[in-house]
Design a protein around this ligand. Structure first.
Ligand code: AMP
Ligand code: MG
Length: 344
């Protein structure tokens, strides 16, 4: 099968919607990352997503909706806190775990009785859901384990020959996957995955935000998890990534001492001029929105450098920085070297 990359014209969106109605999968842009979409009511179509990505069956998918009416076909109920958060943050990069409607097959939720739901803001995603007239189950459109795709080209590189079509909506605005939360009975929420809707933003809307330990710590084998996705390896370039928690001068000093011909660096824009190893940059130190947008492209570029070890700068973990740090931590297999002289 040759994968077609299509501009999101009205005609091409109709074509993609027909593919979805025929039980096929389609790559679609969203404001977070590119998704690999299928009819959320059709278990066989959803199985194709898992096959194309090589995704473990026990990792449930997010279902995308284009209206609050469509939500009723997906979730069995909408707790008060969820309605409040929806009003504030939808459409946008927030995924809520809700009780599942019986129309959603087990393949979507990995057998759980809850379903992850998101109302994206990207025009093309919304047009596709509306035209196909169905909720779309869609994980990130990458091969499982590799960095999530933020351009149609990333999707093509990973999935060419495995899916019939990709709608090319340009580069994604956020560049990191959505924030995922659980709603607790006491109207607090638990953050399972940080994203564009930050802890600080959620705190404006609910009395308390708990951060699940899987956000900053590796889950041990056999440990119970609230989000199955936390068990799986993620965002990994082939090179071994190590985060150095220190200021730039200490970072540069460390590299001068430890680099060999097989070492590279993942640094903030401008810093590469002061280093003598091959570098990939991901935005300026003071611009976390751009860092978020560029991180996954940077991790893909790291693979093309042909180095064994990549030392990475530590992002500031406030605001959207928590999401950047979380993805980088997972890419690094949670390997962080804390060096003295942090603020040099
Ligand atoms: P992805 O589709 O690659 O963006 O990953 C979706 C994320 O949402 C994974 O980390 C899943 O574990 C998580 N998720 C999806 N459905 C549920 C659910 N019902 N309960 C908890 N986490 C979920
Ligand atoms: Mg993913």
């Amino acid at each position: 099968m040759e994968t077609r990359v299509l501009l999101p014209t009205e005609e091409n969106i109709s074509f993609a919607a027909r593919l979805l109605n025929d039980g096929e999968v389609v790559g679609m842009p969203t404001e977070t990352v590119y998704g690999l979409a299928a009819n959320a009511f059709d278990g066989n179509a959803v199985e194709k997503i898992f096959r194309a990505k090589g995704r473990p069956q026990d990792n449930p998918l997010i279902v995308h909706i284009d209206s609050m009416e469509r939500l009723e076909q997906v979730a069995a109920e909408m707790p008060e806190t969820a309605s409040r958060l929806a009003e504030r943050f939808w459409p946008g990069p927030l995924t809520m775990i809700l009780p599942k409607n019986s129309r959603i097959p087990a393949a979507v939720t990995a057998g759980l009785d809850t379903v992850a739901v998101r109302f994206p803001s990207h025009k093309v995603a919304l047009a596709l859901i509306r035209e196909a007239d169905m909720p779309l189950a869609a994980p990130s459109a990458n091969l499982s384990g590799s960095p999530s795709p933020t351009t149609a080209n990333h999707v093509y590189n990973d999935l060419n020959g495995r899916i019939p079509a990709i709608l090319d909506g340009g580069a994604c605005e956020y560049g990191l996957e959505s924030t995922v939360i659980l709603l607790n009975r006491d109207s607090s929420v638990t953050l399972l995955r940080p994203g564009g809707v930050t802890v600080e933003m959620l705190e404006q809307a609910v009395p308390q935000v708990r951060i699940d330990q899987g956000v900053l710590h590796a889950v041990q084998e056999g440990e119970a998890v609230l989000s199955p996705g936390l068990l799986h390896k993620h965002y990994s370039p082939r090179a071994n990534v190590v985060i150095l928690d220190c200021g730039f001068e200490v970072f540069a000093e460390f590299l001068a001492q430890h680099a060999d011909g097989k070492t590279g660096a993942l640094v903030f824009e401008g810093e590469e001029r002061f280093l003598s190893v091959p570098c990939v940059t991901f935005g300026r130190e003071e611009d976390p929105m751009i860092q978020a947008r560029l991180l996954f492209s940077a991790l893909r570029a790291v693979d093309e450098m042909g180095v064994d070890t990549i030392y990475a700068r530590m992002p500031n973990p406030d605001g959207i920085g928590l999401a950047i740090y979380n993805r980088l931590l997972r890419a690094a297999g949670f390997e962080v070297l804390r060096l003295p002289g942090k603020n040099v």
